[in-house]
Ligand binder design. Structure first.
Ligand SMILES: [Zn+2]
Length: 170
């Protein structure tokens, strides 16, 4: 009687580990294609620091701000696309860039609302809306409501948070 029970238990244990549940586990870890596209860029802080260098790291990952009138894209009027310096996601088109007088690159719209994540920022005794890259969570700057038509928005962005990709010449 005891031996029979042991055999049954062993058989059940083998079935559990090597057939039914084993197969289910394999398929459970396959992420569907439509979810793969939403997976964000995730790296450790050490990996970001090594990849970005200290200046970009301090702004993109530590939410610092570059001094106004100093960034490389403050006075930059070429036609093209501004992409995230952290992950390369397309964020702003040059056709929405304008001179705001703030000293930072300014845009009245993002390429897509889903490209930018907005976060309430109450640091330094101010209530502001921080903008982050939706793909890698990199800090870009802030968005204000004193922008020009047609949106009335001013996306105020650190030059160090973006890279520029010029339009292909015909
Ligand atoms: Zn990014």
């Amino acid at each position: 009687m005891f031996r029979k029970a042991v055999i049954v238990i062993v058989v059940l244990w083998l079935a559990h580990n090597f057939s039914v549940f084993g197969q289910q586990q394999d398929t459970a870890y396959q992420i569907p294609d439509n979810l793969m596209k939403q997976v964000k860029v995730e790296k450790t802080e050490a990996e970001w620091l090594e990849e970005l260098g200290s200046e970009k790291y301090n702004i993109l990952r530590q939410c610092s701000t570059e001094p106004p009138f100093t960034g490389k894209y403050y006075k930059h009027n070429a036609k093209g696309t501004y992409v995230c310096a952290g992950c390369g996601a397309e964020l702003f088109g040059s056709d929405t860039k304008y001179e705001s007088g703030s000293g930072w690159p300014s845009f009245f719209a993002a390429i897509g609302k889903d490209k930018i994540k907005e976060v309430l920022d109450t640091s330094y005794g101010m209530v502001r809306t921080e903008i982050k890259c939706a793909n890698c969570d990199g800090h870009l700057g802030h968005v204000f409501t004193d922008g020009p038509p047609p949106t009335g928005l001013r996306y105020c962005v650190n030059s160090a948070s973006i890279d520029f990709v010029p339009d292909a010449k015909d």
